[in-house]
Design a protein around this ligand. Structure first.
Ligand SMILES: C[S@@+](CC[C@H](N)C(=O)[O-])C[C@H]1O[C@@H](n2cnc3c(N)ncnc32)[C@H](O)[C@@H]1O
Length: 254
C-alpha cells in the first residue's frame, strides 16, 4: 500500500506552512513529514528536523536523498534534554515549529514547547498533529482481528507512558506553554481508505514493542498478522482505526 501523507500535507498547508518559511520540526522520525514540509516551503525555505534516534535519522537521510530534497538539515537531539545545539540558530530563526506524533511521547510537552519556542520568531506558527485513541476503534459491529490489534496498540502506548488523548489535550498544551491557540481539526483514518499502513504492516512495525511490553508473543503476532491479511473487512464496512488531530497557534509577541 502506498504510504499516504495527504492528510498531513493538508493540515500543514491549511495551518499556514507556506513557501519561503524556515521550519523547525521535532521528532521527525523517518522523514515523511520532513519531506512534505521541504516541498511546501520550497527552495526559498528551509527545514531543520530533529530526532533523538540516530537510526530514525539515518532512514530520514535516505528518504530525503532519494527524494532529491536538499533544503533540510537533520540533527540528533533529545528535545527533553540540553538544547544548546540549537544555538547554532539565532533565537528568532524559525517561522514555524511543528511535529507529528511526538508530543504524545513526551512526559512534559508543555515544558518542551516552552523551551523550543525560544527559537521561534514572535508571531511564528506552531502546528502539531497527534494521534488520539479516545474515539477509536469506531465501528458498527466488532471486527475481531482489527479489534485485537487496536487493543494491543492502546495497551502498548499506555505501557510506554504515551498520552493516548494527546489530540484532545493539544489546545490546553499550547495555552499552558504560553502560545496562542487558534484552531484544531481532526480526521478519521478509515481502514482501506489510504491510511499510512495496512493493519498487518502496522502490527509488524510495532511487533518488538508489543513483545517487550509483555502484551503478546511472536507466535501470536504472526497469527494475528495472517488473520488481518485474510480477513479484510467487506469494502462497504466502515472501520475507523485512527483519529489524527491537528492544532495550530502562534508564538505571541512578548
Ligand atoms: C511515532 S514517531 C513519529 C515520526 C514522524 N514524526 C512521523 O510522524 O512520521 C515519534 C518520533 O519522535 C521521536 N522522539 C520521541 N521522543 C523524542 C525526544 N524527546 N526528542 C526527540 N525526538 C523524540 C522518536 O525517536 C520518533 O522518531
Amino acid at each position: 500500500m502506498e504510504r499516504d501523507n495527504t492528510t498531513t500535507r493538508r493540515f500543514l498547508e491549511d495551518a499556514g506552512i507556506a513557501p519561503g518559511m524556515r521550519v523547525l520540526e521535532i521528532g521527525c522520525g523517518g522523514g515523511e513529514v520532513t519531506e512534505v514540509l521541504a516541498r511546501l516551503v520550497g527552495p526559498a525555505g528551509a527545514v531543520a528536523a530533529i530526532d533523538r534516534s540516530e537510526d530514525m535519522l539515518a532512514n530520514a537521510r535516505d528518504r530525503l536523498s532519494q527524494a532529491g530534497v536538499d533544503n533540510v538539515q537533520l540533527m540528533t537531539l533529545d528535545v527533553t534534554g540540553d538544547l544548546t545545539r540549537l544555538d547554532q540558530f539565532e533565537r528568532d530563526s524559525f517561522d514555524a515549529l511543528t511535529g507529528r506524533r511526538v508530543l504524545m511521547y513526551l512526559q512534559d510537552p508543555v515544558g518542551a514547547l516552552r523551551r523550543l519556542c525560544r527559537w521561534l520568531r514572535e508571531g511564528g506558527l506552531v502546528v502539531f498533529e497527534e494521534t488520539d485513541l479516545t474515539m477509536v476503534p469506531a465501528r458498527k459491529s466488532p471486527l475481531p482481528a482489527h479489534d485485537q490489534l487496536a487493543d494491543w496498540l492502546r495497551k502498548m502506548l499506555v505501557a510506554e507512558n504515551a498520552n493516548t488523548t494527546m489530540g484532545f489535550d493539544l489546545p490546553a498544551t499550547f495555552v499552558s506553554a504560553g502560545l496562542s491557540f487558534e484552531g484544531i481539526r481532526a480526521e478519521a483514518v478509515i481502514e482501506g481508505q489510504g491510511g499510512q499502513f495496512a493493519p498487518s504492516q502496522l502490527l509488524r512495525l510495532v511487533q518488538a514493542r508489543l513483545i517487550s511490553s509483555g502484551l503478546t508473543t511472536e507466535a501470536e503476532v504472526e497469527a494475528l498478522a495472517a488473520e488481518l491479511d485474510h480477513q479484510s473487512p467487506d469494502p462497504t464496512t466502515v472501520y475507523v482505526n485512527g483519529m489524527s488531530f491537528c492544532a495550530w497557534g502562534t508564538n505571541p509577541s512578548q
